[in-house]
Design a protein. Structure first.
Length: 268
């Protein structure tokens, strides 16, 4: 029995299957933790989601920005974009089931066996574990309620960039969503800077990666995806960057949590 954390699949079903073969994934014995962005940009979003739902007893996941974007489109709150590739799901008979299943997945997930928090993008430096899980639940509650339509219409945007526990309504939900599913860089004071995607050695001096801001309130492991330009490197002993750019021709990576051994396959 082993537990594997896997980075952004983004509909790269062939690479996903190849990785599962490499790690000898046995759904009767092993567990997968998927770091979000399960679909979109890659070629086989529908097959990817069918496999995940079929094996849901052995899989846990968090939502990424692409998964939320699919939910917004599937709920008729956003038009599909030119570079979106989840039309296969929208056109299928599985669309309602996939939409419903994804709506029930969290933005933050804690595994106590490995003292590991999984989020798609990152953990703000001033949030504790309990706060991150609580804020994730605030969003989940909305995704499963009739107020989700308002959320999907207005979740886009980069403001507010500063957290304050007194934030209310959509401003509060948008900050939580941006921090957990889109964050890469922050300013020195912790404010979100959501537009810069460069690798660390090309960052402007006024920005810091979210994981470079010292978090004195959570010192467990953090498993995250979203930032392909890191190419799996983040120079922090308990932080694991899992997005190795499979959809861009890089690799799909699995981290075995039992011994922190990494496995990767090249994009298929
Ligand atoms: Mn992402």
């Amino acid at each position: 029995m082993a537990t594997f954390a896997i980075g952004d699949i983004q509909g790269c079903y062939q690479s996903f299957k190849k990785l599962l073969k490499k790690i000898k994934f046995n759904p009767n014995r092993d567990q997968l933790l998927l770091a979000g962005d399960l679909i979109n940009r890659g070629p086989q979003s529908l097959e990817t989601m069918r496999f995940i739902i079929q094996h849901q007893d052995s899989i846990q996941c968090v939502l990424g920005n692409h998964d939320l974007h699919y939910l917004a489109v599937a709920n008729h709150c956003q038009p599909i974009g030119r570079s979106d590739t989840f039309q296969d799901i929208l056109n299928s008979n599985d669309n309602d089931a996939i939409c419903c299943w994804l709506s029930r997945q969290p933005l933050a997930l804690y595994n106590s066996d490995f003292d590991a928090l999984m989020v798609h993008a990152g953990l703000p430096a001033f949030w504790s574990l309990d706060e991150a899980i609580g804020y994730s639940k605030e969003v989940s509650k909305v995704l499963q309620s009739p107020t989700r339509y308002q959320y999907y219409v207005s979740m886009y945007g980069n403001q507010p960039d500063r957290w304050c526990d007194s934030l209310l309504g959509m401003d509060r939900l948008r900050y939580i969503t941006n921090a957990l599913t889109r964050m890469r860089y922050c300013r020195q004071d912790g404010r979100l800077q959501l537009t810069n995607k460069s690798p660390l050695n090309q960052k402007p001096s006024q920005l810091v990666a979210w994981f470079q801001l010292n978090n004195s309130r959570y010192n467990g492991h953090i498993l995250f995806g979203h930032w392909a330009a890191l190419n799996g490197q983040c120079d922090r002993p308990k932080h694991f960057a899992l997005d190795t750019g499979c959809v861009w021709g890089g690799e799909l990576t699995a981290l075995r949590l039992d011994d922190l051994k990494k496995f990767a396959v090249s994009a298929q």
